[in-house]
Design a protein around this ligand. Sequence first.
Ligand SMILES: N[C@@H](CCC(=O)N[C@@H](CS)C(=O)NCC(=O)O)C(=O)O
Length: 205
Amino acid sequence: MLEELQLPYQLHMLPFPPRVRQRSYLELNPLGTVPLLCHGQARLTESAAICEYLAALHPEAGLSVGPQEADFAAYLNWLHMSDATLTFPQTLVLRYAHFEPPERRQPQVAQDYQRWFLARLRAVELATAERDWLSAGRFTAADVAVGYALMLSTHLDMQTQWGTATQAYWQRLQARPALHRALLAEQQAARAQDVDATPSPLLRT
Ligand SMILES: N[C@@H](CCC(=O)N[C@@H](CS)C(=O)NCC(=O)O)C(=O)O
């Protein structure tokens, strides 16, 4: 969102999970979760809310959809669907297939929530079969948020199970220069701050 809006920002990388590996972070965010956006007195810990907040602060960029627009409801629905419905089930896959030590892994949980995610992805497949972007006939914060869920899904090797319209939508998202800049910023910040982070396979340089 910050790169799409071309706003200046400072990116602080944290060892994962910060709750265990950087306890001082709990003073800023008692939940210990990432992301955290600090802006003036504002503190936001929900990704979709961060997208909505930044888009609303800069309406001139067209990344938000206002109540006066026909697609206002669709925009909000996609924005909330991104994390609540599309990213959340993938965190169970991540945890129970990858992050837990082998004796605590739960292949059945991982498999069930992968299927759950892929079934919900049908909404994206139907929408993107008809239009380039999810709402209002333009790229919005909803595409940023849903795009993140798709990116996570590529990291979990699910891409071959997406529909063709979702694949094409992901190509359009990857062509956004801001995505490339954001991944590069992440990689550079990790290096500069000496935080272990695997470079994204999506980086083209
Ligand atoms: N609903 C929040 C979820 C935040 C969240 O749970 N982040 C995970 C990473 S995806 C995290 O920080 N986990 C570390 C922990 O639970 O200690 C969002 O969408 O931003």
